[in-house]
Design a protein around this ligand. Structure first.
Ligand SMILES: Nc1ncnc2c1ncn2[C@@H]1O[C@H](COP(=O)(O)OP(=O)(O)OP(=O)(O)O)[C@@H](O)[C@H]1O
Length: 230
């Protein structure tokens, strides 16, 4: 079976009088049910790599494959559809829409894939309940604590039941207790639902909780503790 996501020889260079290479020669296969932490010094290319893996940016060399399919051939529209169906994103800032409740924030990406409203609503409610957010459902982001907001952002990332969640410093604005609880949640998502998670983090203690660590320096992978799942 092909890996869920694979980068083959991926390099991303920004053009310009002095071209900037964000990542170079990245070979990385992410299997199903993997929990991967991406670490490395500031400016080492962690976010750039996550954007490439998440099909939010395209490599200048090399290929990104999803379920064995090369995404280089896909149009921008097809890439967006694939992202919506297969991937979920969590960022350092929650990016919840301030005028919408938690439930509505989770419903928005669901509606983009279509379906009957009552069924979508039931799914969104069940998801929020599963993540311990029943009380937050009808609240606006400003009425929630930072930790709860970030959990709602995770719920939104899971709205369309993605195979892979990509998280860029998701605990960057959280205190250590909330950060640990976010990683508890990631562990549950991997263990109970067979989902894969790739999380960029500066925090070595949090990174150590992932089953696999990938370390970047100057845009290259300098260490990969290796895949533990197929
Ligand atoms: N649009 C851009 N134009 C110029 N340089 C850029 C651009 N985007 C990123 N860079 C540079 O590319 C390098 C990699 O950036 P990236 O954000 O991927 O690193 P990072 O490891 O995620 O850093 P941090 O931990 O500080 O978030 C950095 O040196 C950054 O300054």
């Amino acid at each position: 079976m092909s890996p869920l996501l694979e980068a083959r020889g991926v390099t991303r260079t920004l053009p310009g009088p002095v071209p900037v290479t964000l990542v170079r020669g990245i070979d990385l296969a992410i299997g199903r049910g993997e929990f991967v932490a991406v670490t490395g010094p500031s400016g080492s290319g962690k976010s750039s790599l996550l954007y490439l893996l998440g099909l939010l940016d395209r490599p200048t060399e090399g290929h990104v494959l999803i379920d064995g399919e090369d995404t280089a051939r896909l149009s921008a529209g097809a890439l967006a559809r694939l992202r919506r169906q297969r991937l979920g994103f969590v960022f350092q800032f929650h990016f919840l829409l301030p005028e919408f409740t938690s439930l509505e924030n989770v419903l928005l990406p669901m509606r983009r894939l279509g379906g009957e409203e009552a069924a979508l609503r039931a799914r969104a409610e069940a998801l929020l309940e599963r993540l311990g957010l029943a009380d937050a459902m009808a609240k606006l982001p400003e009425e929630l604590s930072g930790g709860m907001r970030q959990r709602v952002a995770v719920a939104r990332a899971l709205a369309n039941d993605p195979a892979l969640v990509l998280a860029d410093e998701p605990t960057g604005n959280l205190d250590s207790r909330n950060a640990a609880s976010m990683f508890d949640l990631f562990e549950t998502l991997v263990a109970e639902h067979g989902r894969s998670i790739v999380v960029v983090t500066h925090d070595p203690a949090l990174a150590a909780r992932a089953r696999r660590q990938v370390r970047l320096v100057d845009g290259r992978i300098v260490e990969d503790t290796g895949a533990v799942a197929a």
